[in-house]
Design a binder for this molecule. Structure first.
Ligand code: GAR
Length: 206
């Protein structure tokens, strides 16, 4: 498994800790960041996972040129389209159709809203501005749209009067740290089948 990050890396940490503690049947071989200053890089190293930086700032080529570099790093660490899983964990780049096609149904993402509401950037602020009473988070397979792929797990979080972007984000994040490792386990154990837009999950009882 490879994990792609851009910053803090708290979802990455939740996945890495859960993989170890709860015996999730995946082998995290690499954490890749597009940002050399990502805090998550140090956390990954502390947890004994190799890290790589593929800088995106100042990169002159196309999106696909950049993603080909990521794919080369994934393959170097034996994260292949057949046996590998790629988790986007706060990776703040749109990935190219070429990457998605190559790792078809092997790329997961977490988004801090109940999709399809509030896709894209600043999901928690969008939810507050809209005035919804519940938001939450979603783990989904990545397809060629932005935050549109088949949904694996969602968890609702109540919006409180007086919530700010910060307070709501914090409560959603706690939930993200639960459902992302759960989703990784379900996919790793082969319990998730994709049927068009839907996923069917066997034994959703843990
Ligand atoms: C998380 O809240 C994640 O859901 C969000 O970025 C944050 C990353 O935090 N992702 C997106 O908004 C993607 N559209 P982390 O680096 O601590 O995991």
């Amino acid at each position: 498994m490879g994990i792609l990050i851009s910053g803090r890396g708290s979802n990455m940490e939740a996945i890495l800790v859960a993989v170890k503690k709860q015996n999730i049947p995946v082998n995290p071989t690499v954490v890749i960041s597009n940002n050399e200053n990502a805090k998550g890089l140090k956390i990954a190293q502390r947890l004994g996972v190799k890290t790589e930086i593929v800088p995106s700032s100042g990169f002159k080529g196309s999106r696909w040129d950049y993603d080909r570099k990521i794919i080369r790093v994934l393959q170097k660490h034996e994260v292949t389209p057949n046996n590998g899983l790629v988790c986007l964990a706060g990776f703040m780049r749109i990935i190219s159709p070429g990457f998605i096609r190559k790792y078809k149904n092997r790329i997961l993402n977490i988004h801090p809203a109940i999709l399809p509401s509030f896709a894209g950037l600043h999901a928690q602020r969008q939810a507050l501005d809209y005035g919804v009473k519940f938001s939450g988070c979603t783990v989904h397979f990545v397809d060629v749209g932005v935050d549109t792929g088949p949904i694996i797990l969602q968890s609702p979080v109540q919006v409180r009067d007086g919530d700010t972007e910060e307070t709501l984000s914090k409560r959603i994040l706690q939930r993200e740290h639960k459902i992302y490792p759960q989703a990784v386990r379900l996919v790793a154990e082969g319990k998730v089948t994709i049927m068009g837009r839907k996923t069917i999950i066997r034994n959703l009882d843990r």
